[in-house]
Design a protein around this ligand. Structure first.
Ligand SMILES: NC(=O)c1ccc[n+]([C@@H]2O[C@H](COP(=O)([O-])OP(=O)(O)OC[C@H]3O[C@@H](n4cnc5c(N)ncnc54)[C@H](OP(=O)(O)O)[C@@H]3O)[C@@H](O)[C@H]2O)c1
Length: 243
């Protein structure tokens, strides 16, 4: 296993939730971290939360905007690992009521954004580095109604990584697929109903509780450190695919 000590890691989505958890864990391992998100306010709050943990820089960029993504990699300079956790709430209404504009913007932010990151990361990603993207439990347990788009997009990441791992070798490309994680995204999607959803799921899960970002961060660290893992999808879901 390689060490992350002294490595530069770009975490797109690092201002909140899973990405912020990965940033904190990477700093603890001695890495230098660049956190990326659209909102300067969220980035400032995240930098404060990470203060004292190590070398952190933030860059405001929208991964759906190619000029932003180009500038991001210019500003960040040569780096060792790319982690992408960024995403926005998925569509969740019956297929007959599909809002095509919303679906397009979801696919743009989740999948096209990942393609754009990969396209521009290759310019400055050092030899021996890796890219890790994020899918999720919705591919295995689609929410009903309305889960078809998020399930298809999340599932597509495994195939994206397999093809890129071959094309970009020796750069490694992997996916983390988390189960439910307690983050801001849940507050945005279900608001006060979150505690009820979480209590019901926690009772069913083999792990008997809902994950925190710190619970899933080690999967990202493993995929960066393991020099022999590529084209892989790592599930970290407390057994959620079993129930
Ligand atoms: N939480 C879960 O239960 C769960 C489970 C499985 C999979 N996932 C997936 O994990 C990913 C992260 O979710 P989370 O729960 O950590 O959400 P979160 O707390 O809302 O964090 C999302 C992060 O992505 C950034 N972001 C969103 N759109 C962006 C864009 N276009 N360009 C750059 N940054 C962008 C956000 O910052 P700005 O808003 O400032 O841009 C924020 O830093 C999502 O893709 C989600 O689908 C989550």
């Amino acid at each position: 296993m390689a060490t992350l000590k002294g490595k530069k890691i770009i975490v797109v989505g690092g201002s909140s939730g899973i990405g912020l958890g990965v940033a904190a864990a990477a700093l603890e391992s001695g890495a230098e971290v660049v956190i990326v998100g659209r909102s300067a306010e969220k980035l400032t709050a995240a930098e404060k939360a990470l203060a004292g943990a190590g070398l952190v820089k933030s860059i405001a960029a929208d991964m759906t905007n190619e000029a932003d993504v180009f500038r991001l990699f210019d500003d960040a300079g040569a780096f060792d690992h790319l982690v992408a956790t960024a995403g926005t709430p998925p569509p969740n209404y019956p297929v007959g009521e599909t809002d095509m504009q919303f679906v397009r913007s979801f696919v743009d932010s989740k999948f096209i954004g990942a393609v754009m990151l990969a396209k521009h990361a290759v310019r400055t990603l050092k030899t021996g580095g890796s890219m890790t993207f994020t899918s999720g439990i919705n591919k295995d347990r689609p929410p009903i109604p309305g889960g078809s788009v998020v399930s298809a997009i999340a599932g597509s990441f495994s195939y994206f990584a397999r093809a890129l791992a071959l094309e970009l070798a020796p750069t490694r490309v992997n996916i983390v697929s988390p189960g439910w994680v307690d983050t801001q995204m849940w507050d945005d999607i279900v608001g006060e109903a979150k505690s009820g959803f979480f209590a019901e799921m926690a009772a069913r899960l083999p792990a008997k509780r809902i994950a925190t970002p710190a619970d899933v961060a080690p999967a990202y660290l493993y995929l960066m450190e393991s020099e022999f893992t590529t084209g892989e999808t790592m599930h970290i879901d407390g057994g959620q695919r079993l129930v």
